[in-house]
Ligand binder design. Structure first.
Ligand code: DP6
Length: 336
C-alpha cells in the first residue's frame, strides 16, 4: 500500500513556549493558531513487506534534489513509528519508504516540523489501522511526536490547543473553519538559512527566564481578550494582542539561560516598517516564531498593498501568501 498525506504548517497567535512535561510534551498554556494554505508538507509512505527496511528521503526545497534524511532524524522517525504502533495497539511491524517535500524553507520560523510530524501521525496511524483515527487522537499523537505544535496542524482552520490536565486531555480542536475570517499571513522571508537552536532546547530552558512567570500571568488576560477580539472580528485589537504575544515569547527566549536570539537586524527593520505603516492607516501586525522571518497578519483587502510594499524592500528575499486552510488530510491511497 502507498499513501499520500498533505499537512499545513501553522502560525500561532498565542504561542506554546515551555513544557511542563517533556516526556508527554505538555505545555504550560493553551495556544491558538491558523493553518497556512501555502506552507504545506506532502509525504508519500510506501508500506514495505520487509519490516527491517525503514527509509526516509527528503526533497531539498532549494535544489529540488532528493536526499536520504540524516541518520539522527531517521532514528527519531523510527522511534515515532514505534510510539504510534503502541498507541494504536498493533502487533505487526511493517517497513516503509517515505518521500517528503515542502513548498517552503524548513527550520526558519515557519513550522516545518509541525507540518511534517502531523502528516506522519496521520500516515503511520492510517497504515497501521487502515482507517483514519478520530481527530482528537490524531492530534494527541501529533503532539507526542515531540514537535508539540504539530497537534495544531490536524484540525481545520483556526485551532485551539488546550493544555489539558494530562496526555489524554491535551489536544487541539478547530474553533472556526478556514472561511470564518479572511485573514492573510504574508510570510516575509529575510533568511532561508536553517536556525541553529531548535525549539526543543528552547522549551526546556524557558523557566530559567525571570519573565516566564510574568508571561503566564499575563497570558490569562491576553487569552481572554484574544478570544473576544476573534469572536467580534475586531482586527485592530486582535493584531495588537498577537504582537504583544510574540514580544512576550521572544523576551522570555532572550532572557532564558542560555539566551536565544532568534531575531536578526533585518527582523527589527521589518518590525519597524510594520509599525510605521500603521501610522499611515495600513493595518498589518507581526508575529514571529522560532526564527528570524516575520509573519505579517493582515486582512484580505490589504494583501495587495503589503505584498507590493514589501516586494520593494531589500531585506526581503521571498514572500509567501497564506490563507486559513484545512488541517492534515489523507490525499491518496493506492493498493499495490
Ligand atoms: C515558537 O516544539 O512545536 O513556534 O518542533 O520546532 O516545530 P518545532 O516547535 P515546537 O514549538 C513551537 C514553538 C513556537 C510557538 C508555537 O508555534 O506555538
Amino acid at each position: 500500500m502507498k499513501i499520500k498525506v498533505k499537512s499545513p504548517a501553522n502560525i500561532a497567535f498565542i504561542k506554546y513556549w515551555g513544557q511542563r512535561d517533556s516526556h508527554f510534551i505538555l505545555p504550560y498554556n493553551d495556544s491558538f493558531s491558523m493553518n497556512l494554505s501555502h506552507c504545506i508538507t506532502e509525504i508519500t509512505i510506501e508500506r514495505l513487506n520487509d519490516d527491517h527496511k525503514k527509509e526516509v528521503f527528503l526533497e531539498d526545497y532549494l535544489t529540488k534534489k532528493v536526499i536520504p534524511i540524516q541518520q539522527e532524524r531517521l532514528e527519531k522517525i523510527i522511534d515515532y513509528y514505534y510510539l504510534i504502533k503502541k498507541f494504536v495497539d498493533k502487533k505487526d511491524d511493517f517497513g516503509f519508504r517515505i518521500f517528503s517535500k515542502n513548498n517552503f524553507p524548513i527550520k526558519s520560523g515557519i513550522a516545518s516540523s509541525a507540518s511534517f510530524y502531523s502528516a506522519l501521525a496521520l500516515g503511520f496511524s492510517y497504515l497501521f489501522m487502515e482507517k483514519n483515527l478520530p481527530e482528537k487522537n490524531l492530534s494527541i499523537l501529533a503532539r507526542l511526536s515531540g514537535s508539540g505544535s504539530a497537534c495544531r496542524s490536524i484540525p481545520d482552520g483556526f485551532v485551539w490547543w488546550k493544555k489539558g490536565k494530562n496526555s489524554k486531555t491535551s489536544y487541539a480542536y478547530s474553533i472556526a473553519p478556514p472561511k470564518y475570517w479572511d485573514l492573510v499571513d504574508l510570510v516575509l522571508i529575510v533568511s532561508e538559512k536553517e536556525k541553529i537552536v531548535g525549539s526543543q532546547e528552547g522549551h526546556q530552558k524557558a523557566l530559567t527566564s525571570p519573565f516566564f512567570k510574568l508571561r503566564l500571568t499575563d497570558l490569562k488576560r491576553r487569552i481572554k481578550e484574544i478570544k473576544d477580539a476573534f469572536l467580534k472580528k475586531d482586527f485592530e485589537k486582535f493584531g495588537q494582542l498577537i504582537e504583544e504575544e510574540a514580544l512576550s515569547l521572544h523576551f522570555v527566549a532572550m532572557t532564558q539561560i542560555p539566551p536565544l536570539y532568534y531575531w536578526s537586524g533585518k527582523t527589527i527593520e521589518i518590525i519597524k516598517e510594520i509599525v510605521y505603516l500603521r501610522k499611515k492607516n495600513r493595518f498589518g501586525f507581526f508575529t514571529i516564531d522560532a526564527g528570524e522571518n516575520i509573519h505579517l497578519i493582515c486582512q484580505k483587502k490589504d494583501e495587495k498593498f503589503f505584498f507590493q510594499y514589501f516586494s520593494q524592500k531589500k531585506e526581503i528575499k521571498k514572500m509567501i501568501i497564506n490563507y486559513p486552510t484545512i488541517g492534515a488530510r489523507l490525499w491518496e491511497v493506492k493498493e499495490n
